[in-house]
Ligand binder design. Sequence first.
Ligand code: ZN
Length: 260
Amino acid sequence: MFQKKAAHKTQGKNIKKEFTFRFYAELNDFLSPERKQKPFMQAFKTPISVRETLESIGIPLSEVDMILVNEKAVDFGYQLRENDFISVYPVFESLDITPVTKARKTPLRDPRFVLDAHLGKLAKYLRMLGFDTLYRPDIDDDEIISVSKKEQRIILTRDKLLLKSKEVSHGYFVRAIDKHEQLNEVIKKFDLFSKFNSFTRCMTCNAELIPKKKEEIAGKINPETALFFNEFYYCPHCDKVFWKGSHFERMEKLILSLIK
Ligand SMILES: [Zn+2]
């Protein structure tokens, strides 16, 4: 009698149960081809939280914003029950979703970024558009994660492993390889169109530029430049003066092409 009861108890634990998963939109990028864009079943030893199943399937939690189990919103800690149907949606920074339905409690509305060492060109473009963008070619993963947490910065990376770290709460895997496409992708993803504030930030160092009058920077530019231009911007960190020359026009064209 006693033995039977004990046996029954162990049976209840570590039993494999089947669940159905369906991943939406860009979360499919992390799935093998036969699992993309459709429901699939997978068995897991129970008890298990939805968080553990997502990690095991290979989905970075930082890219997940909403989880529905049998059409009800749950958080990462939800313990799965047999035959649960789990629908998983990506980060909806760009869409309005009522806060109660979100897996994450505080969305990052203030778009500030920290980029991995491979995204130097993208960093320059984001700064050009006025976005606070931390980037250094020698930055390592630990530093990226700690600065993201401390300063509430969204991590942009080409490294899927980095996003799988449990410490990362706001991160995005940049799919595009080309620098212009990367910029386009990030702008769309985070719905940045209305937040452009071009030429307010130094593309080299990320410091905010200070508008200067011609006479204030007379010693720092050559007389010909002073003749043809009237608006100047000073970077206190680089000790450099910028003006809206041909480089500016090229950049402006690029921005306009993005907005289209
Ligand atoms: Zn600078």
